[in-house]
Design a protein around this ligand. Structure first.
Ligand SMILES: NC(=O)c1ccc[n+]([C@@H]2O[C@H](COP(=O)([O-])OP(=O)(O)OC[C@H]3O[C@@H](n4cnc5c(N)ncnc54)[C@H](O)[C@@H]3O)[C@@H](O)[C@H]2O)c1
Ligand SMILES: [Zn+2]
Length: 373
């Protein structure tokens, strides 16, 4: 048997005026968690783990290469997925941080999907006005997006992420072998975010994505996750509070969010919505004459090759989608919408003057065709 060459490891940092996050991306890196904690939180005497119920299950985290074991005496397990992003879970994590006697130099370690990172980071932000925390993302979205940038939040009845804080983790520890236990549909959907990030700031990443050998190819994941995180890190450094360039990362998200809201996560995964939304955004740009048909078709072909959907599903009707888009955004004079659009073949731009009828026309072009038998 030829031993597989070990996956490369990537390390870099994200620096903003207020904080620095060390980022480590590799295969089996969870095995080095204790040593890395000693580096980023040298004065810590106590650690509390906040673990996603979906990965705390026996048979899930035991399958990761890093040989990380859950220690019940210093762990709080929280609901999996969006159910974790409530004030109640936030309060329960705050209570646990205090009950375990953590001070500002101690460290909260969040292990799980983006939702669990968001609530654990937010609890770390509010206890003692900020306890250090470490993000150990175990989903593709968590690894390429939620673990860097410092946004933490829970949801409110009035909307998503309405209660939160900027509180960057001291360390984002990415172990791509955690993705092995993710359902394949979720792994594929997450790749849409990597593709989007390539479009935003790393054309070479688009090529690397196309050269995927297999879905459990660790070195491939290390390369593409690290490259995507670097693009995000660069944008966060230049625009920590998301008022300028960082908004380019919302490519595909306006319509994607509307589809997620209308149809729910079972019907449309976040990444699937983003894939469909990138097609609609490209079509709006084509309507303006900024890109040609070939640009749109190339993007479609890339996404289809990655196993992603590109067509807007037959339901819901456009007026419902537009209503959600308008509800989502701060209303602007004249009902104009903010959308990230390809400005030409190589550049994206944030446009604040998209009309609802432009978006409606693009949705119509991008509709799934009913299949006649
Ligand atoms: N803070 C940010 O910058 C940021 C960025 C992107 C997304 N988010 C947030 O992240 C959330 C979405 O994150 P997500 O896509 O990771 O979904 P998620 O956190 O809702 O997790 C989805 C499911 O995957 C399971 N899971 C996670 N890792 C697993 C693994 N290795 N094996 C098996 N199951 C696993 C979870 O238990 C859960 O059931 C949203 O709430 C979004 O708002 C935040
Ligand atoms: Zn996203």
């Amino acid at each position: 048997v030829t031993p597989r060459s070990p996956a490369p490891e990537r390390a870099f940092s994200v620096r903003t005026p207020s904080q620095a996050t060390s980022v480590v991306v590799g295969a089996g890196t969870l095995g080095r968690l204790e040593a890395l904690l000693a580096e980023v939180a040298p004065r810590a005497t106590r650690t509390l783990f906040v673990v996603d119920a979906g990965v705390a299950l026996p048979g899930v985290h035991q399958r990761w290469a890093g040989e990380w074991r859950l220690e019940p005496e210093r762990t709080i397990v929280v609901a999996a997925g969006e159910a974790a992003k409530t004030r109640e879970v936030h309060a329960a994590v705050e209570d646990a941080i205090l009950a375990h006697g953590l001070f500002r130099d101690d460290v909260v370690v969040a292990v799980g999907g983006g939702a669990v990172l968001d609530v654990a980071g937010y609890a770390a932000a509010t206890v003692r006005r900020g306890v250090a925390w470490v993000a150990v993302p175990t989903s593709v979205v968590g690894q390429v997006d939620a673990c860097v940038g410092g946004k933490t939040a829970v949801n409110h009845a009035r909307g998503k992420n309405l209660l939160g804080a900027f509180h960057p983790p001291a360390l984002a520890l990415v172990d791509v072998t955690t993705l092995r236990t993710l359902p394949s549909r979720d792994r594929v959907a997450g790749v849409a975010e990597i593709y989007k990030t390539g479009r935003v700031g790393d054309p070479e990443l688009l090529g690397r994505l196309a050269n995927r050998a297999a879905t459990d190819d660790d070195p491939w994941w290390v390369e593409v996750v690290a490259a995507a995180l670097k693009v995000k890190a660069r944008l966060v450094e230049r625009d920590e509070h998301d008022v300028g360039e960082r908004r380019l990362l919302n490519y595909g998200h306006t319509l994607g969010h509307a589809l997620e809201t209308a149809l729910g996560p079972q019907a449309v995964r976040h990444g699937e919505g983003v894939a469909i939304g990138m097609g609609v955004a490209a079509e709006v740009a084509r309507g303006r004459g900024w890109v040609d048909r070939e640009f749109v078709e190339t993007q479609d072909a890339d996404l289809v090759r990655l196993g992603l959907p590109t067509r807007v599903p037959l339901e819901p009707p456009a007026p419902r989608l537009l209503a959600i888009v308008q509800e989502d955004k701060k209303r602007r004079a004249g009902g104009l919408l903010t959308l990230v659009l390809p400005r030409d073949r190589a550049t994206l731009a944030v446009l604040e003057d998209v009309t609802p009828s432009e978006l409606e026309a693009a949705i119509a072009v991008r509709r799934e065709r009913r299949v006649h038998r």
